[in-house]
Design a binder for this molecule. Sequence first.
Ligand code: AQP
Length: 340
Amino acid sequence: MTAPAFTPRVFSGIQPSGGLTLGNYLGALKRFVDMQNDGSFECVFCLVDLHAITVWQDPKTLAQQTREAAAGFMASGIDPKSSILFNQAQVSAHAELGWLFNCVARMGWMGRMTQWKDKAGKNTENASLGLFAYPALMAADILAYHATHVPVGDDQKQHLELTRDIAAKFNHDFGVDFFPITEPVIDGPATRVMSLRDGTKKMSKSDPSDMSRINLTDDADMILKKFKKARTDPEPLPETYGDLKDRPEARNLVDIYAALSGQSTDDVMGEVAGQGWGQFKPHLAEVAAEKIGPISDEMARLMSDPAEIDRILGDGSDRAREIADPIVAKTRDIMGMISS
Ligand code: AQP
């Protein structure tokens, strides 16, 4: 249970490690907007560029990717006046608390993280130390704001559990009730959108194949092309959602359709049962293009004024520091460090 003393506050972030995908939109952005509009929470949203550099990022394109991701947040409905929107590198509290948490987290905890194993692969000797420590920085991102709720896709569940472990260990080790035990918010029909080329892999902005994902900047023709080429099996759509259990590619397209059309998966099956892919895929593409088209247009409009995006991120960083700096100062104090 979250201690009632904490202000209901949402924190979440997305890496500007490439263009935003439909997975980022359905698994994260759409839900960020719902929580902002719900009005029950203070909302803090971050372009986590310090996380992005745990794998190589070209310095010539990182700033542009960060602005494009910020445009994607705003075009999806994040209002930078009511929510705080900023990039992580401008608020040094993240890096500082990340270091303090490196000294709380245990090597064994980090070594068990599936994202570390997936991203480092067999070549762990050559992976960056930052990639290994990534979950401690993520805990710092969240806990620097005493965030009580974190909306994320299903792939981040394990990192959220680690955030809770770090908060609990810190509170226990120092005999305080300082950090909240944050609640993950993982719900809805598309918390894990899968690759269009392989139904066992999640859709990812850094997948080498652009055909594996729908980008928020794809136009209607490209969306249709990608869905038409999406891997499926030869069977038509079955009567019930349960019948899709062993058909990951088919289930993924149904999940995407349900999330985009705002229907339950059972209602979707009632609508599409018996359809072949030649009928279902173009309809799915049309629904996707209707949703993504306005976002893509608004992103292009926002991107035509990069100075304004930088101003918004600067303003968001000032507001973020006002919350995070005192929390990190108090953390140093609890740990026994001298500070002015
Ligand atoms: N395929 C997905 N389905 C549902 N949610 C997803 N998210 C990412 N991919 C999917 C959610 O988006 C948020 C931001 O993710 P991130 O960019 O910080 O990192 P990631 O999860 O590693 O996303 P990518 O696209 O796979 O990035 P790269 O390729 O750079 O590693 C998170 O809430 C995540 O759950």
